[in-house]
Design a protein around this ligand. Structure first.
Ligand code: ADP
Ligand code: MG
Length: 222
C-alpha cells in the first residue's frame, strides 16, 4: 500500500504538484496520464524517493518517507523500488547480464549469485540468448526488456516506469506493456506507469489523471 497524502512540490515560484493525494493498493497496475508539464515526472521522482524536498506525507508499504535520512531513503529505494525509464538508461560498456545485476551489487551479493539471478531474470523477460550482448547490440525493445529485468532483479515491491514505451514503435511498445502486465500479475509487484498512450492506459487497473499538478477527480478525465 502506498499512501500519497497532500503532496506539494515547488520549484521556486512554480508549483509542480499542488496537494496530490492518491492511495495505491499493493498489486495494482496504475497508469498516470496528463499533458506535458502537468507534473507526472515530478510525482514519479517523489514516489521513487529520489526527491525529498516536498511537503505532505508519503507512506510506502508502511514507511513514512518524508522524514527519512538520505541514507535510509537510499536503502529503502534499493530494497523496495525498481525503475524503468523511457530512454532505458543502460550502461553501454556492460553486457545485458551485468546491467541487470547492478542493483544486486549494492546489496553485497557475490558475483556468481549476481550473475545467476541476472540470467534467470533475463530468461524471464525472453532474453536468455542475449545475456552477453551489450546494449548497442540489442534492439530498442530488447534494451527495454533488459531494463525491466534490472528493475525486477532485486525483487522490489514497486516498479516505477516513466513512459517506458515512449521510445518504441507501437508493436514493440505493446509487447513491453504485455510483459509489464504479465510480471505484475505473476509476481504481484505494484506498477505505476506514466504513459501518453490512452490505449496503454486502458490496459491498466486504474488511471490517475494529473492536470496542472493536481489529480483530476474520477469522471473528469478525458
Ligand atoms: P511531466 O512529466 O508531466 O511532463 P514534470 O513533472 O516534468 O511534467 O514538470 C512539471 C512542471 O515542473 C513543469 O512546469 C516543469 O517545467 C517543472 N519542472 C520540472 N522539473 C523541474 C526542475 N528541476 N526545475 C524547475 N522546474 C521544473
Ligand atoms: Mg515527464
Amino acid at each position: 500500500m502506498i499512501e500519497i497524502s497532500n503532496i506539494t512540490k515547488r520549484y521556486g515560484d512554480l508549483c509542480a504538484l499542488g496537494g496530490v493525494s492518491a492511495p495505491i493498493s499493493a498489486g495494482e497496475f496504475i497508469a498516470v496520464v496528463g499533458n506535458s508539464g502537468s507534473g507526472k515526472s515530478t510525482l514519479m521522482n517523489v514516489l521513487g524517493i529520489l526527491d525529498h524536498d516536498f511537503s505532505g506525507s508519503l507512506r510506502i508499504f508502511g514507511v513514512e518517507v518524508s522524514t527519512l535520512s538520505a541514507s535510509s531513503a537510499a536503502r529503502l529505494r534499493n530494497e523496495l523500488i525498481g525503475f524503468v525509464f523511457q530512454s532505458f538508461h543502460l550502461l553501454p560498456r556492460l553486457t545485458a547480464w551485468e546491467n541487470v545485476a547492478l542493483p544486486l551489487f549494492h546489496r553485497g551479493l557475490k558475483r556468481p549469485e549476481r550473475k545467476a539471478r541476472a540470467i534467470a531474470m533475463l530468461d524471464r523477460v525472453g532474453l536468455a540468448d542475449r545475456v552477453d550482448h551489450r546494449p548497442e547490440q540489442l534492439s530498442g525493445g530488447q534494451r527495454q526488456r533488459v531494463a525491466i529485468a534490472r528493475a525486477l532483479v532485486g525483487e522490489p515491491r514497486l516498479i516505477l516506469a516513466d513512459e517506458p514505451t515512449g521510445n518504441l514503435d507501437t508493436a514493440t511498445g505493446a509487447q513491453v506493456m504485455d510483459l509489464l502486465r504479465a510480471l505484475n500479475r505473476e509476481l504481484g509487484v505494484t506498477v505505476v506507469m506514466v504513459t501518453h498512450d490512452r490505449d496503454m492506459a486502458k490496459l491498466c487497473d486504474r488511471v490517475i489523471e494529473i492536470r496542472d499538478g493536481r489529480v483530476l477527480p474520477l469522471g473528469e478525465a478525458g
